[in-house]
Design a protein around this ligand. Structure first.
Ligand code: MG
Length: 253
């Protein structure tokens, strides 16, 4: 008896589904209740935008013009060897790169830089530095003011991988504003790449990398490659020039 009642109930539940399927076969659109495609939770956290290029309320301030407390030397355990002067962070050539103490994955990074006076330097020797996403993947910093070089090594490039869509650099001596939207690579347990890193780069408000696929590391010599890793620091490159930085902040995504 219980079995018969159970079967009856199952049939009863199936009737609306069967009718809907019949309707679709007949070319009718399913009847949707508009509210069935709306949801109310979880409610996005309220974040207060920053004025101009200032950080929004939930940003981690990496450099606010005062000190290098959130940074250390990129290699070894020593303190960051760059100088803070007039609210700017300036590379001390030969001191090596610096890296954040904190580790990051997917993120939104804001960073402003100013190339030094060119002097006699040309090409890759003019204001060369770089933002090493996860300490591995370089978004190039270079003086882009009438400074011919290989295009996948100019400002706005993913170094030796992807040239910028346009040259958005303004003038030598002016502050250049980078906003970088980074999706970290994903790796399987065996170390293989599940999905590569993807980056959108905006230079001075102009998109120069549009969801570009990062092919791996960005060496000077050789080809890109991936070696599995987790969250990593953001590093800044010392390439022998006195490039200046200011207003550096980051948001975890
Ligand atoms: Mg560089």
């Amino acid at each position: 008896m219980k079995k018969v009642v159970g079967l009856f109930l199952v049939c009863l539940l199936c009737i609306p589904v069967c009718l809907q399927a019949q309707g679709r076969q007949g070319g009718e659109q399913p009847q949707w209740d508009p509210e069935s495609t709306e949801w109310y939770y979880p409610v996005p956290v309220k974040v207060r935008p920053g004025e101009g290029t200032r950080p929004p309320s939930d940003a981690i301030i990496l450099f606010d013009g005062k000190d290098l407390s959130r940074w250390k030397a990129a290699r070894g355990d020593s303190a960051a060897g760059w100088k803070v002067q007039n609210g700017e962070l300036i590379i001390v050539p030969g001191k090596g790169g610096i890296r954040t103490r904190e580790y990051f994955g997917d993120c939104q990074l804001h960073i402003e830089f100013r190339s030094p006076a060119p002097g006699e330097h040309k090409g890759q020797n003019r204001g060369n530095s770089g933002i090493m996403m996860q300490s591995r993947y370089e978004i190039q910093i270079l003086d882009g003011d009438d400074n011919p070089t290989y295009v996948n090594g100019m400002a706005g490039s993913i170094y030796k991988q992807s040239a910028p869509l346009v040259n958005a650099y303004t003038r030598n001596g002016e502050w250049q504003i980078y906003d970088i939207y980074w999706k970290a690579p994903r790796f399987a347990i065996d170390g293989s790449v599940e999905s590569p890193a993807i980056v959108t780069v905006v230079l001075n408000g102009i998109v120069v990398q549009n969801n570009s696929i990062v092919k791996g590391t960005t060496p000077y010599t050789g080809l890109p490659k991936y070696i599995a890793h987790g969250r990593m620091p953001v590093s800044l490159q010392d390439h022998g020039t006195e490039t200046a930085f200011r207003n550096i902040w980051i948001r975890n995504l």
